[in-house]
Design a protein around this ligand. Structure first.
Ligand SMILES: [Fe+2]
Ligand SMILES: [Fe+2]
Length: 347
C-alpha cells in the first residue's frame, strides 16, 4: 500500500519513510512540496497520507482541504503531523476530515500502530467498494437478461399474430423504426424510444381475434365487417393489459389507442387530442404512413408523395400536428428506413 508523506523537511521525510519501511507491504512516497504532492495525487491514489502542518508553500490544513476536493479522495485516511499543541489547529483539521494526528517528535511505535490501523481500514474500504461494484455489475447483468427475455417473449407473441395477419414482418420493423424516429424528434430519451420501438409491433395483436373471412378479405369491408374488424383494438388491449411490465403497459395503451383520431372521430372510444396517450398518437402517424406506402390485399402501395400529402392533410384532424411535424422533421431518416426495409413483394 502506498503511503504519501508530505513534509518540507528532508530529514523528516527520510525519518518517517525509514520508520514505515518496517511495516510489510508499505511503499512510502515522499514529497517535500505540498503543491507538487497535490498534483501527484490528481493522477495517483495513495492509501494513506501523512502530512506535516507547518509548511511554507501550503500548510497542512490547506493541503487536506485541497486533497479532499480532488475526485475520489474523500475516504482516503489522512494523518496530520504537528508540533503544534494548539487545539484550534487540531479542531480545524478534524473539520477538514483528517483521520488522526501525530505529535512531533514522532514516536516510532505510535507512528507504526496508527498507520497500520488506518491501512487496515483502507483495505476494508477498498474491499467493500470492489464488492459494491461487483454487485452492481451482477444486478445490471440479471436485469438485462430479464429485459432480453421479455423482449423475446413479446417478439414471439407478435410473430404468432403475424401468422394470421397479412401485414408482414417488414411492416412491424418499419413501424417500430418510424415511431422511434418520431419519439427521438419529440425529444424522448433512448430508453423511452426503445420502449416505444419494442411495444409498437404489438399494436395489431388483437387481430388474432378477427375471423379469417374478414381479416383476409381481398377487398373493401362492408360496414358490419368493418365494425368487427375495429374490435381488434380492444381485443389487443385485453390481451396485453394488467401487466406490471412497463413494456406491456405501453403496448396495451398502443393497441387500444392507435386508431383514435386527434379530432375525436376515431375508435374504439372517440378520444380527442391529448386524451389519446402520446404513444398512441405517435403510432397512428407511423402506422398509417406505412400502411399507405405498402401493398395490402385490398390495395397497391401508394407513391410516397401521395402518402405524404395524406398525412399532412390529416394533421390536426386524424393526427396530432406535433407528431406529424416530428415525423417530417428528419425526412432523410424516414426515407432511409423506407428504402432499407421494403417489402419483398414491393421491391
Ligand atoms: Fe390496427
Ligand atoms: Fe399496423
Amino acid at each position: 500500500m502506498i503511503v504519501l508523506i508530505v513534509d518540507d523537511d528532508q530529514t523528516n521525510l527520510a525519518l518517517f519513510s525509514h520508520m514505515l519501511k518496517a511495516i510489510p507491504d508499505v511503499k512510502p512516497v515522499t514529497m517535500a512540496e505540498p503543491i507538487a504532492a497535490l498534483a501527484w495525487c490528481a493522477s495517483n491514489d495513495p492509501d494513506l497520507v501523512l502530512v506535516d502542518y507547518m509548511m511554507p508553500e501550503l500548510n497542512g490544513l490547506r493541503f487536506i482541504q485541497d486533497f479532499r476536493d480532488l475526485p475520489g479522495k474523500t475516504t482516503i485516511p489522512v494523518v496530520m503531523v504537528t508540533a503544534d499543541i494548539d487545539t484550534e489547529v487540531r479542531h480545524r483539521a478534524l473539520q477538514l476530515s483528517a483521520n488522526d494526528f501525530l505529535t512531533k517528535p514522532v514516536n516510532k511505535t505510535e507512528l507504526r500502530a496508527r498507520v497500520t490501523n488506518l491501512l487496515a481500514l483502507r483495505a476494508a474500504q477498498r474491499q467493500l467498494s470492489t464488492r459494491a461494484v461487483w454487485l452492481a455489475e451482477e444486478v445490471a447483468k440479471a436485469t438485462s437478461e430479464i429485459v432480453a427475455r421479455e423482449r423475446e417473449a413479446i417478439l414471439r407473441l407478435s410473430r404468432a399474430a403475424e401468422y394470421r395477419d397479412p401485414e408482414t414482418g417488414a411492416h412491424l420493423l418499419r413501424l417500430s423504426q418510424y415511431s422511434r424516429l418520431i419519439a427521438a424528434n419529440l425529444g424522448m430519451g433512448t430508453a423511452e424510444q426503445d420502449l416505444l420501438g419494442d411495444a409498437a409491433p404489438m399494436h395489431d395483436i388483437g387481430k388474432v381475434g378477427i375471423p379469417d373471412n374478414i381479416l383476409l378479405k381481398p377487398g373493401r369491408l362492408d360496414a358490419e365487417e368493418m365494425d368487427i374488424m375495429r374490435t381488434h383494438a380492444k381485443i389487443g388491449a385485453d390481451i396485453l393489459r394488467g401487466s406490471t411490465s412497463p413494456l406491456l403497459q405501453v403496448a396495451a395503451a398502443i393497441a387500444l389507442t392507435h386508431h383514435e383520431k386527434f379530432d375525436g372521430s376515431g375508435y374504439p372510444h372517440g378520444l380527442k387530442g391529448e386524451q389519446i396517450p402520446l404513444y398512441g398518437r405517435i403510432i397512428a402517424v407511423a402506422d398509417v404512413f406505412d400502411a399507405l406506402t405498402s401493398a395490402r390485399p385490398y390495395k397497391p402501395a401508394w407513391e410516397i408523395d401521395r402518402a405524404v400529402a395524406l398525412i399532412r392533410d390529416g394533421s390536426g384532424s386524424h393526427f396530432d400536428p406535433v407528431c406529424v411535424d416530428a415525423f417530417f422533421q428528419d425526412w432523410s431518416s424516414v426515407m432511409a428506413i423506407y428504402e432499407k426495409h421494403r417489402d419483398e413483394a414491393d421491391a
